[in-house]
Design a protein around this ligand. Structure first.
Ligand code: AMP
Length: 403
């Protein structure tokens, strides 16, 4: 790495998509952002926005066969703006890796041994880690000389005490199959809990925060003095809150019942709980905007789906208040948390005895900035804190390669 290398390319490789951002670490400026979708299909799509050049979004459609072709197409787009992967200003590539198991609790420079270990975790993250690995391999082939760093979704939760991380099942069986609660969305929970402390004018070590990451996937975490002490997702991202398409918490016996009585296969149950449950299963929509619109029109199913979503959220706020003992702030983030004022209002309604309240006019403000939405008298700060997982990955990557 040269002294002028201040840029980090962040890659988030999914099974059929690659999201990317090129960030200048001098000031966190986005130089380019983009997304390749439907990789492997005939109608793949690449949307690239050269922010540094002040250019408009460029969209191209056509078959992109695999991740290798996708990354080559991204590299070509970047090169067209003078931001190619061969630039001496590129310091590193930061990869989002979903599952780091117990081994990876910090961002890690990727070598063959690290890649092998990420592969060893595929059985506990079959939907995510294979795509992450493909993205890493492809990027390594393009720039073998450049540091590539893995930033794990599970890492921030590694500080959970054993009594929060362990399921109450037979210890030998659990350990033999690495079954425990790992938690996900860790980069978001880390970033948002730190930003919330800054919003309160405090050091992260001084505050206890409940972070509610409410996107299409959703998770809550209890963060005490900057360290995660509990989180709602578990072995996989299926546990916890009601999500766009996932059930969240459910009696595990439901799965036996579906097998024995409904005659469903394990794969069918997996699809049911991960893809056809949550808001979409309850009312046919997983977009909170559409659900609110239907509620305004008097739609009962949408109303019930919303009420179930809020009820679960409230239970987690209560549980994590008890876990933390003292709560300084509740922070809403991600697509729903940042944008859906009715969700924030309903989640906190009736919690005045716990020191929590939302001011209607502050809650109605739309902004990209972290902000308080609680009235001055409230003992607990309620905040909206936009998440930025890409910046967090870039910062962790850059800090590691400069260490
Ligand atoms: P994310 O996974 O963080 O990108 O969040 C995506 C989800 O955010 C969508 O499925 C919507 O439910 C929700 N969302 C995005 N914008 C809004 C909005 N303006 N109002 C309500 N919900 C929104």
């Amino acid at each position: 790495m040269t002294a002028t290398a201040t840029r980090v390319l962040v890659l988030n490789s999914g099974s059929s998509s690659v999201k990317y951002q090129l960030i200048d670490m001098n000031d966190g400026t986005r130089l380019a952002v983009g997304l390749v979708e439907r990789i492997g299909e005939q109608a793949s799509r690449l949307a690239h926005t050269p922010l540094a050049a002040g250019g408009d979004k460029r969209e191209t459609e056509g078959a992109i066969a695999d991740h290798d072709a996708a990354l080559k197409a991204v590299a070509a787009e970047l090169a067209a703006d003078g931001l190619g992967l061969d630039s001496p200003q590129l310091a590193a590539i930061g990869h989002r890796v979903v599952h780091g198991g117990l081994k990876f609790t910090e961002p890690t420079v990727i070598d063959d041994a690290v890649l092998k270990e990420i592969e060893r975790l595929v059985p506990v993250a079959p939907l995510h880690n294979p795509a992450n690995i493909t993205g890493i391999r492809t990027a390594q082939a393009m720039r073998p000389d450049l540091p590539q760093v893995a930033v794990f979704d599970t890492a921030f939760h590694a500080t959970m005490p054993e009594y929060a991380a362990r399921y109450a099942i037979d210890v030998e069986t659990a350990d033999a199959h690495r079954i425990r609660r790992y938690g996900f969305h860790g980069t978001s929970h880390a970033y948002v809990s730190r930003k919330t402390a800054a919003l309160l004018g405090k050091d992260p070590s001084e505050v206890n925060v409940i972070v509610l990451h409410l996107g299409n996937g959703a998770s809550a975490s209890a963060v005490a003095g900057g360290r995660c002490v509990d989180t709602s997702m578990g072995l996989t991202p299926l546990e916890g809150l009601v999500m766009g398409t996932r059930s969240g918490d459910i009696d595990p016996a439901v799965t036996f019942h579906l097998k024995r009585v409904a005659g469903m296969s394990t794969d069918e149950i997996d699809v049911l709980l991960n893809k056809k449950s949550g808001l979409i299963g309850l009312c046919g929509d997983n977009d909170m905007r559409e659900i609110r619109r239907r509620i305004d029109e008097g739609d009962e199913r949408a109303r019930l789906a919303f009420d179930i979503y809020i009820h679960r959220l409230k239970k987690y706020i209560g549980a994590y208040s008890a876990v933390l003992g003292r709560v300084d702030a509740v922070a809403f983030t991600a697509g729903v948390g940042e944008n859906a004022a009715p969700v924030r209002e309903a989640a906190v309604a009736g919690l005045e005895e716990m020191g929590m309240a939302v001011d209607a006019s502050l809650n109605a403000v739309r902004s990209d900035e972290p902000r308080l939405i609680s009235p001055e008298y409230a003992r607990v700060a309620v905040a909206v804190v936009p998440t930025d997982e890409e910046l967090e990955i870039a910062q962790q990557t850059y800090a590691l390669v400069n260490a």
